[in-house]
Ligand binder design. Structure first.
Ligand code: 6GU
Length: 230
């Protein structure tokens, strides 16, 4: 999979890809991530990529020309399955989006900034608009990093134990059950006996019940969705 990220702060996005699972996915050649500096596509003297909003009002707008130049340049070299724009007024990212994006070959992520991009970019270039939740960030870069992490870890071969992505919270609309490790007793706080029993059928049953219980208590909305689908 090839992910081209268009940003005015490429350095802000370096670190997430230099560690742990994302780093390994790149080293293994499963993913290629390119950080593209939007300013490189500005034709202005000062490499400007924003301007005042027509009609007035506070805040700058990301202008269409550098973005169009950049996306057209990328499109002349690759075919893209999705061109995603990170913006607080997009669809709220969920596991279904991540599952879908993880099956694609080439995507572009355009990181939003200021008061947003010229609407014509959204109309004519963008195929999907994604938010990571109902709060406002100072830019789309951290949202793009979250999106990439959510996608990349699902690509076959990225996680060592492929089944571990399948038992994630949300993958089947249920939260994951509690987990424990050594020591079996700490401060007189004991690990549930059943997990030490070695009886895998009983353990699976216990984990499933805990998943149900936890989802019902913490996320009644997810629990209703789960029940309606089963
Ligand atoms: Cl994608 N961008 C910004 N600026 N703020 C956000 C967001 C994105 N998602 C949630 N808040």
């Amino acid at each position: 999979m090839r992910i081209d990220i268009i940003t005015i702060h490429p350095q802000l996005l370096e670190s997430p890809f230099q560690h742990s699972i994302l780093k390994r996915s790149i080293e293994k050649g499963i993913v290629e991530v390119n950080l593209i500096n939007l300013r490189d596509y500005s034709t202005q003297k000062q490499k400007q990529v924003d301007d005042y909003a027509f009609g007035g009002g506070a805040g700058m707008v990301m202008t269409i020309e550098p973005i169009a130049n950049c996306i057209n340049d990328l499109k002349s070299k690759n075919n893209y399955d999705e061109i995603i724009y990170t913006t607080p007024d997009g669809e709220t990212l969920n596991q279904k989006h991540c599952n879908h994006f993880s099956t694609l070959n080439n995507i572009i992520i355009l990181c939003g900034h200021y008061k947003g991009v010229d609407e014509r970019v959204r109309e004519h270039f963008i195929t999907k608009e994604i938010s990571i939740g109902d709060y406002v960030l100072s830019g789309g870069e951290l949202a793009a990093a979250v999106l990439c992490d959510g996608i990349i870890r699902l690509i076959p071969g990225v996680l060592n134990d492929e089944t571990s992505a399948l038992s994630d919270s949300f993958q089947d609309d249920l939260l994951a059950p509690p987990v424990y490790s050594r020591p079996a007793e700490y401060n007189n706080w004991k690990v549930p006996e059943i997990l030490l029993s070695g009886h895998s059928a009983n353990i699976d049953k216990w984990r499933f019940e805990k998943s149900l219980e936890r989802t019902q208590q913490r996320r009644p909305d997810l629990f209703d969705k789960y029940k309606s689908g089963h």
